[in-house]
Design a protein. Sequence first.
Length: 246
Amino acid sequence: MAVLAGKAALVTGGSRGIGAAIVLRLASEGASVAFTYSSSSEQANSLVEKVAAAGGKAIAIKADAADQEAVRAAVRETAKQFGKIDILVNNAGIIVLGSIDEIKEADFQRILSVNVHSVFTATQEVLHHMPDGGRIVHIGSVNSERMPFVGGSVYALTKGAIFSFTKGLARDLGPRNITVNNIQPGPVDTEGNPASGPFAETLLGLMALKRYGKAEEIAGMVSYLVGPEAGYITGASLLIDGGFAA
Ligand SMILES: NC(=O)c1ccc[n+]([C@@H]2O[C@H](COP(=O)([O-])OP(=O)(O)OC[C@H]3O[C@@H](n4cnc5c(N)ncnc54)[C@H](OP(=O)(O)O)[C@@H]3O)[C@@H](O)[C@H]2O)c1
């Protein structure tokens, strides 16, 4: 069912993990999808081919989210290719762990650039190309609400910023009928947080459901939020976390 036929989307950090699942899902629903990545060219190219093989359209744009001019250029390139951008998914994100006495200034600046500054930049730039009625979705984290272990303060800070930014943006963009929402996943099995990784046992011990989420489950929530049934949802931060925050 091509519910997104005729729509154009931009997904940041779309070459792997949750972002790649979002690219596949939106393309399968008929959207033309551009996505950014910073280094994984091979995975980006194979994702473009995978989408094409399934009859969809995707383009990959190399743009480091820590480089704000590159982010603006990626938005402009997407608009040039597709003529407009109906859907923006701010997904690119990194995790930097360390207790407050260990975190280095450079690491603090980098995570702020990628997880927060690039969300501001992409959103501001996209608004020049987004028709009224567009959709903006951020991929935040359950850690904006619950950070139950040592070493996650700065990551939580960035995702807390996205939680608050979502509310303010929803107010700014309501008059244009553009919705802005924030998906807050719990542990999702990706290269960034593998289900077989060193944190798995601790994380599962904190959850109501004793399993990691799948990237496709997050993509399903994005699909709902950008689809025709979700037009009355804005300013919301929605948990999809296996009961991590319950
Ligand atoms: N996995 C989880 O458990 C979990 C839970 C809650 C929230 N999240 C959030 O979900 C989002 C995606 O996480 P993930 O687990 O899918 O991560 P991932 O497996 O590490 O994949 C990250 C994606 O973002 C891209 N990326 C990373 N740094 C980038 C940069 N500086 N510029 C442009 N693209 C960049 C990567 O491509 P390159 O390698 O080419 O840079 C890749 O496509 C993040 O915002 C993360 O905070 C994840």
